[in-house]
Ligand binder design. Structure first.
Ligand code: ASP
Length: 436
């Protein structure tokens, strides 16, 4: 059994609707279909969700939302007409207009993109519609109630051979609608997959999977055919993004693989994300490379620091009291470095340095700014001889000074720090050495 989630670009017009239908009908295993709201048809177009937000913004300040609503109405009406069912959404669209007029909530309004899209898809394909309101449970404060949601999804979905479920929203026990954060249909899809214990969660989008490097740096960067959830997590933390981060947890927890596929190119196998590296077979040394600018290092040196119990705790307490998150903590014998986000440090810099000074009396304290981190991620990184040597040679042969380095304890990634200006060059040199 497969749960297939289709993103906004896969539902933007009637042509892609037909492609989606072809994909669903192509495999009887694709039983539960989760849809986003229609996205952009071309680069200057607007997403339905954004148009709905505009309606809410106008209504909230007591202004006419006629123009904004006409945009939403027009898109759905055109879509329905092109699918041969012109009046299919007239009633719910009318209800939506009245609800906005009567001052309904923001979450209710923005959730209607998914609601209307799923209703149209279900009617057009003659499939049952399961409303997320009845099966995705939030508490009154808008927090997901996981156990209740999984139970409700299981109960309601498994009654049907096939069904269409709108993503992105759910409701509390009183029926008030709550949404996830933007892009949250990925989460709904993953919850549905976990609830019905699917063999596979398919996430259909407009890219052919996950690339080894951001294509803005290497336009022809190769696609990753398989990777693990842990590798994905490391790459996402460093800025790579295809799927909503929170979406990963329900399927990962349930041990269900996720497949990222391209609606416009369904023959392409895309990227398969697996719970365990054992399932991948032969592991490449480097699966992907990601980088991020904007780090600073607070460097503390003190003779005999190594013997001073509590030194690290005192330093980290100062950060905690100043609400400063530390990203990495490379240490030496008599030196401790705390790597933090430069922007966040800026606001509290002098206060933090003074307080550290008072707390641990270092011999020397300094701050290095302008550091970019490059993460080379690969479950096979440490299984192969000489990988690390190759990595450093690649970077240094490109004339890039390495300012810091550390190996993640997970043995999944090596992180090197370079000057911000060298970030792209460093990524290219590692890509050329391992992947190209
Ligand atoms: N339609 C929502 C958004 O634009 C949710 C989604 O597409 O996943 O963020």
């Amino acid at each position: 059994m497969i749960v297939a989630k289709f993103g906004g670009s896969s539902l933007a017009d009637s042509d892609v609707f037909r492609q989606v239908r072809g994909i669903i009908e192509d495999d009887p295993q694709r039983r539960f279909i989760v849809v986003s709201a229609p996205g952009k048809r071309h680069s200057r177009d607007a997403k339905i969700t954004d148009m709905l937000m505009d309606c809410h913004r106008k209504a909230q300040i007591g202004q006419s939302f006629d123009v904004e609503f006409a945009g939403v109405y027009g898109r759905f009406r055109e879509l329905a007409t092109q699918l041969g069912m012109p009046g299919a959404l007239d009633e719910p669209l009318g209800e939506l207009r009245t609800a906005i007029q009567e001052g309904t909530t923001r979450d209710y309004i923005v959730s209607r993109g998914e609601y209307l899209c799923a209703r149209l898809m279900a009617a057009w394909m003659n499939l049952p519609f399961v409303d997320a309101r009845d099966v995705v449970r939030f508490n009154r404060h808008g927090r997901l109630m996981l156990e209740d949601t999984l139970r409700l999804l299981r109960e309601h979905l498994l009654k049907h051979e096939r069904a269409v479920l709108p993503g992105f929203y759910g409701a509390d026990s009183e029926g008030a609608i709550h949404t996830f954060t933007r892009g949250g249909s990925d989460i709904s899809g993953a919850l549905a997959a976990a609830a019905v214990d699917a063999e596979l969660y398919e996430n259909w989008t407009d890219v052919t999977g996950f690339r080894a490097v951001d294509p803005r740096i290497i336009p022809d960067a190769s696609f990753i055919s398989t990777l693990t959830y842990r590798e994905l997590r490391e790459l996402s933390y460093m800025g790579a993004s295809v799927m909503h981060e929170e979406a990963i947890f329900p399927v990962r927890h349930a041990g269900i693989p996720t497949s990222i596929r391209n609606t416009g190119n369904p023959q392409h196998p895309g990227t398969l994300i697996l719970p365990s590296p054992r399932q991948i077979g032969r592991l490449p040394a480097v699966t992907g490379i990601a980088g991020k600018r904007g780090f600073s290092t607070i460097i503390l040196e003190k003779n005999q620091m190594n013997d001073e119990i509590g030194f690290g705790r005192k330093v980290l307490s100062v950060l905690e009291e100043n609400h400063l998150n530390f990203e990495h903590l490379p240490t030496g014998i008599d030196a401790l470095c705390v790597m933090v986000n430069s922007q966040a440090l800026l606001k509290v810099r002098q206060k933090v340095l003074d307080e550290i000074e008072q707390a641990v009396h270092p011999d020397h304290i300094s701050v290095q700014e302008g550091i970019a981190l490059v993460a080379c991620v690969g479950a096979g990184l440490f299984r192969m001889h000489g990988t690390i040597a190759r990595l450093f040679s690649a970077v240094s042969e490109s004339g890039i000074p390495i300012r810091t380095m550390f190996q993640a304890p997970s043995e999944l990634s090596i992180i090197i720090g370079v000057n911000e200006g060298d970030l792209e060059k460093a990524i290219i040199s590692i890509y050329d050495a391992f992947i190209r």
